[in-house]
Design a protein around this ligand. Structure first.
Ligand code: ATP
Ligand code: ZN
Length: 226
């Protein structure tokens, strides 16, 4: 049985692209915090809603383990967890509750500039470097294409030049990084932005009301931003 809790805990990115906009959004919702000295935990002062400041990649796992109740994370990160769980026939543990309108980017396949792109079938037998192995495998399977996925945790865009892979699948916003590495985006696997991620099943303790309150306020803030 799940533990009964009377405070809501939200995981957000500690720094990086989503850290500041996430905190700004929560502040706009009327939340304020006292930060712990190690800058890992923020205690909610006016409402019993606390923050955990973490690496974005850790957020889906924290939700899955029930360490946090909500998270602000890129759809790309959440979808990678979902694809990984689906591949192992595990149930979904988190879902998108709201789209937040910042952190926009695409998960794109990019090929060397010199390639004459004719479509996904061209990837057959090729090596695809990515930090999103489950999403890429799921997509390849859907397309009926057999290709090798090379897992890299960073600097994916230099893999073709290093001979580690033929093409890449990576996050793109302006495309400048791709261009600088003589790569060209040819198709989009996922349109991403920051989302509020939460439980698949509703809370049955005090967190239910706190979550409803937060969602009401967030909807008000997001409507004004449109
Ligand atoms: P952390 O230290 O938390 O692991 P990180 O380096 O993995 O940080 P960021 O680069 O800050 O993460 O990206 C966080 C999220 O921002 C991404 O998962 C994605 O949803 C979004 N994002 C928007 N534009 C881009 C982009 N051009 N490149 C990478 N991520 C982007
Ligand atoms: Zn990360």
């Amino acid at each position: 049985p799940a533990a009964v809790r009377d405070r809501l805990r939200i995981a957000i990115q500690k720094s990086g692209r989503l850290g500041e906009p996430s905190r700004a959004l929560l502040a706009s919702c009327g939340l304020d915090f006292r930060e712990s000295r190690d800058r890992l935990f923020c205690y909610g002062e006016t409402l019993p809603i606390d923050l955990l400041l973490v690496r974005d990649d850790d957020i889906p796992g924290l939700l899955a383990d029930g360490v946090c109740d909500l998270g602000i994370v890129g759809r790309n990160v959440l979808a990678e967890q979902a694809a990984g769980r689906a591949a192992e026939a595990l149930p979904e543990v988190a879902r998108e509750l709201r789209t937040l309108g910042f952190g926009g980017c695409r998960l794109d396949i990019a090929v060397p500039d010199g390639w004459d792109w004719s479509g996904p079938a061209q990837l057959t037998g090729r090596r695809i470097a990515t930090s999103y192995p489950h999403l890429v495998r799921q997509w390849l399977e859907g397309q009926g294409i057999a290709a090798d996925v090379v897992l890299l945790s960073g600097s994916v865009e230099i893999a073709p030049r290093l001979g580690q892979a033929d093409v890449i699948c990576d996050l793109v916003s302006s495309g400048a990084t791709l261009a600088a590495n003589q790569l060209r985006p040819v198709l989009t696997l996922l349109q991403s932005e920051a989302v509020l991620a939460g439980p698949v099943r509703a809370f049955t303790d005090a967190r239910a009301e706190l979550m409803a309150l937060l969602l009401r306020r967030m909807d008000g803030v997001l409507r004004l931003r449109d």
